[in-house]
Design a binder for this molecule. Structure first.
Ligand code: OGA
Ligand code: NI
Length: 940
């Protein structure tokens, strides 16, 4: 039942793939007639220079002096042409080039790989063709990949190509950039039209956005086919980027078709009629539809292969009408034990949590799990209200006319939605039940379209219910972990995020109840299922010692299960139940996720409340802050490495040597000309500043979960009497992509997630190049390094250091070394505070403008057998001003073993113990930050 089984297992494409077709065509006569269209040549195409598409200079629109003039020009372009070229739009070259490169790469993939992202039946989203509504409709000579890009919660990430690996990031960045360009254009247009800005902005609120990528293969009968039939866009504003330099866009003006010749780097803006004529072009159209995106991309209908059981049951007059596919001799085969033969264990949740009784109740739970795999859970603390609402709404839903329920029907090849259990063959026996399955957690996996909109309270009820059950399941899993002697972190990383799905089962009555089954015998694929019986009709049987035991739920109890179950049918009354499942999500990496931290107050809030120095709580005051001397200016210089020279064929050798010395002598260096676009850095900085300005309550929506360091909170507090750092942080896992816990990524400011996606991708590229050069410098085969750092696991820690009246007596970040391989730090504002230790002194780091501060982490010190140093560093506090920084940690693959590399050790002695990266991380996070203590303990 986990995620994979809800996903489509495959899909059929109704129209041939044009790219494959084009590749197979040997001569013009092979072009199938459905593509040949006389109208392609009907209307005249005007020749060069006949008329010029207006060119709008975006930078002038924003310019205090020129905006008026340029706005007027835009107004006329919109009114006369409905089309214009947009230059100086400010979208970074990098963002455009990456997008283009990844699109070209995607369309080069073998057809089978592209099809992994194929449109679902009756949907336009994904890889495929334009919507074909009739069998004799003429076809366009193009393949398209359409993706909803905004609002973020509408993204169907499964349909976003996973190859090339950077595709999703590239599109995220590109979409964000285009959103802001479009927003500005719409604002100017509004002003030009004399419309109140509020009015426009409510229409385009959230900037619904979809991107269509068009691939036009060449055709030997190019002048008789069309890449895209004449149409107008259903969107508000389309921004088109031509990917390669093959032209093909025609726009109609006064009965003629005008070919568009894109200026280099320009976007084509359009609010009118367009036609694209084929040849090699692929274009990226980012659309800003009014309401368009979701509704029109949604499935328009779907077929259910198995009859609706509720309707069937209602139509049955006598027992003989029950279709044979439902009749199953095995229903009566195994004995059902009678009442009182044995009792399902009852676990009292409130006792599990009780200081005095928890031990005894935990033991009871352990036996229930081991002997029965089942128990009744009472006093679970889920509010009555929440259970009653859920029950009432589900009863209501199943009472709706079939047609209304079908609006939430399972998509073909998917189990999510309203329908039946998965039927794989035509002669498979059928269950006497309808079901509604919904993914409830993590939040971004919800397909809200499939959540009943009737009764009106349904979605809220389910949201609440899901949340309550999540916390009950979390506690039970924790106790089970303890009972099993498993480290709680280990269990909690397996069940991290508590992937959860809920299945509502509706069992209509059946006159041959004892010959049908509501749900065939099965075990749940989940970790733990919590079942709520909605009405008082019983029907759950569980297997124990070859017998089936009927379960008699106690009032208000939940039935918890980790074992074998079936559901049986009542002959006169229907039965409804709700199963909430906690699913294990294995794919997630637990890179840097093992630590846990004791809750401490928000330092930002504390700092804001402090009136005078004496108010600083003693736990923050640390004599050692002043103990060691701080080096004075100019005493020594942090090495500066020029990244562009590292990559330059003439200078790379010299610069590599410099890098080697920096890593060996200092373990720290400034990195300039790193090629990360200013825009990516500025967006990230602005969003971080914004985030920390939010009221505490809003920030807390992204707070660290218990036993995790990810999210908003503090670092490394392992005991109650430990001194505290004067800082808050926001730690997020950014790579590999499937490890992201997007729920913990701030949703405010709105651009935050995109900004971090882009920033993460850029830094990954820089770190990858540096690691490559380091491997060469160390004489290690590049493959060896790249295997260890494969997929570039990356975590980002955003540090917020509020000012403090006793700045010289507190520390922002205690002396530590980084547990990563390579860290890249960006100082967000111009307040300094990073100190690195060299020769018994602290050296203040003064970041060069635009530079990143790079440092070697523990992992590379160990791999390099100490040739490269992981240097101790700390952050100090300013009296008056806040300070912000972003540290991006690049670590090894989760399953790697960390020890000195043989090629480096050669004949010498390894200086460090080897251990699994997991063990290392456990050690790293279980102690407080304390200089090089851990590293010294690992030395042989
Ligand atoms: C870190 C770190 C230093 C700083 O986050 O690991 O060392 O200047 N930060 O914030
Ligand atoms: Ni650090």
């Amino acid at each position: 039942m986990a995620k994979p089984s809800f996903q489509r297992l495959g899909t059929s494409i109704d129209v041939p793939n044009v790219q494959a077709l084009a590749a197979s065509i040997a001569n013009p006569a092979d072009v199938p007639p459905r593509y040949v269209r006389p109208e392609a040549k009907a209307d005249p195409v005007v020749s060069d220079g006949d008329s010029e598409l207006p060119v709008i200079d975006f930078s002038r629109l924003l310019h205090r002096r020129f905006s008026r003039e340029e706005s007027a020009k835009l107004h006329h372009a919109c009114a006369d042409w409905g089309f214009f070229q947009l230059i100086n739009h400010g979208v970074p070259d990098q963002a455009m080039e990456k997008m283009k490169a990844d699109i070209v790469e995607f369309f080069k993939l073998p057809l089978e790989e592209k099809k992994a992202f194929a449109q679902l039946p009756n949907s336009l989203e994904g890889y495929g063709q334009a919507f074909v509504v009739s069998d004799d409709q003429k076809l366009d000579w193009a393949d398209i990949l359409t993706l909803v890009t905004r609002p973020l919660q509408s993204r169907n990430i499964d349909l976003w190509p996973a190859q090339p690996l950077t595709f999703r990031d590239s599109l995220s960045c590109y979409a964000m950039e285009l959103k802001s360009v479009a927003g500005t254009l719409l604002e100017v247009m509004t002003k030009n039209l004399g419309v109140a800005p509020e009015e426009f902005s409510t229409i385009f609120q959230d900037q619904t956005q979809a991107v269509r990528i068009n691939y036009y293969p060449p055709c030997p009968r190019a002048d008789e086919v069309l890449g895209l039939s004449p149409h107008t866009d259903g969107s508000g504003l389309t921004l088109l980027l031509q990917v390669n330099d093959v032209e093909g866009l025609h726009i109609r003006k006064g009965g003629d078709w005008y070919p568009v010749k894109p200026l280099p780097g320009a976007l084509i803006g359009n609010i009118g009629d367009i036609i694209e004529v084929l040849v090699f072009v692929s274009g990226v159209c980012a659309r800003l539809p009014r309401e368009m995106a979701k509704p029109s991309f949604q499935r328009l209908g779907t077929s259910i292969d198995v009859p609706n059981v509720q309707a069937l049951a209602a139509s049955i007059a006598n027992p003989a009408d029950v279709p044979p596919r439902y009749v199953r001799p095995e229903a009566k085969a195994d004995p059902v034990v009678s009442d009182g033969d044995s009792e399902l264990p009852v676990i009292d949740f409130s006792r599990l949590l009780h200081r005095r009784f928890s031990r005894e109740e935990s033991a009871k739970l352990h036996h229930a799990c081991a002997d029965w795999g089942f128990f009744q859970l009472i006093n679970h603390g889920v509010p009555d209200q929440v259970m009653e609402k859920m029950k009432a709404d589900i009863v209501e839903f199943f009472k709706l006319p079939l047609e209304e329920k079908k609006a939430f029907a399972q998509l073909p090849n998917s189990l999510e939605g309203y329908g039946q259990a998965f039927v794989m063959s035509d002669d498979q026996k059928l269950d006497w039940a309808d079901m509604l399955s919904l993914i409830t957690r993590p939040l971004h996996s919800r397909n809200i379209d499939l959540w009943p909109a009737q009764p009106l309270t349904f979605r809220d009820s389910l949201s609440c219910y899901s949340m309550e059950l999540k916390s009950v399941a979390g506690t039970l899993l924790e106790v089970m972990a303890k009972n099993l002697g498993v480290a709680p972190e280990e269990f909690s990383s397996i069940f991290q995020d508590q992937t959860q799905a809920v299945r509502f089962n509706y069992y209509p009555p059946c006159p041959r109840a004892d010959e049908v089954l509501g749900l065939s015998p099965h075990t749940d694929g989940s970790g733990l299922t919590l079942l709520l019986q909605v009405n008082d009709v019983e029907g759950l049987h569980i297997r124990k010692g070859g017998n089936w035991f009927p379960v008699k739920p106690l009032p208000g109890a939940l039935i918890a299960n980790i074992g074998d179950i079936i559901e049986v049918i009542n002959s006169t009354r229907s039965r409804v139940c709700v199963c909430g499942r906690a699913l294990r999500e294995m794919a997630k990496s637990s890179f840097q996720r093992m630590g846990s931290s004791i809750h401490v107050p928000s330092v930002q809030a504390l700092a804001a409340s402090i009136a005078n120095p004496a108010d600083v709580p003693p736990r923050f005051v640390r004599p050692e802050a002043k103990a060691d001397p701080v080096a004075s200016d100019g005493e020594s210089e942090l090495p500066v490495i020029d990244f562009s020279r590292l990559l330059h064929h003439r200078f790379s050798r010299e610069e590599s040597a410099k890098l080697h010395q920096a890593c060996a002598d200092w373990g720290f260096f400034q990195l300039i000309n790193h090629g990360v676009p200013d825009q990516a850095i500025e967006n990230m900085k602005a969003d971080i500043v914004e985030f920390f300005k939010l009221p505490l309550e809003e920030k807390k929506a992204f707070a660290q979960l218990p036993n995790s360091l990810e999210g908003y909170g503090q670092a490394f507090v392992v005991s109650d009497d430990q001194e505290l750092d004067w800082a808050n942080m926001l730690y997020l896992i950014t790579r590999p992509l499937q490890s992201r816990n997007i729920d913990l990524w701030p949703a405010q400011p709105l651009t935050f997630r995109d900004s971090l996606s882009c920033y993460s991708m850029e830094l990954k590229g820089v770190a990858g190049s540096l690691l490559e050069v380091m491997a060469k410098n160390l004489g290690v085969a590049p493959e060896e390094f790249s295997t260890i750092f494969q997929d570039q696991p990356q975590g980002v820690r955003i540090n917020y250091y509020p000012p403090c009246p006793r700045a010289d007596e507190v520390l922002g970040l205690s002396p530590h070394t980084d547990g990563s391989g390579l860290t890249l730090l960006l100082q967000v504002n111009d307040v300094e505070g990073l100190h690195i230790r060299k020769g018994g002194k602290w050296f203040p780091v003064k970041p060069l403008a635009g530079a990143l501060i790079a440092n070697i982490g523990d992992i590379i010190e160990i791999l390099s057998n100490g040739v490269y140093k992981s240097i101790e560093h700390r952050a100090i506090i300013n009296t008056k001003e806040e300070r912000l920084s972003i540290a991006a940690f690049h670590g090894p693959r989760e399953d790697s073993v960390i020890g000195p590399l043989a090629e480096i050790v050669k004949g010498y002695k390894p200086k460090y113990v080897s251990m699994s990266y997991k063990e290392f991380m456990k050690a790293y996070f279980s102690t407080k930050l304390e200089g090089r203590r851990l590293m010294e303990s690992l030395k042989l």
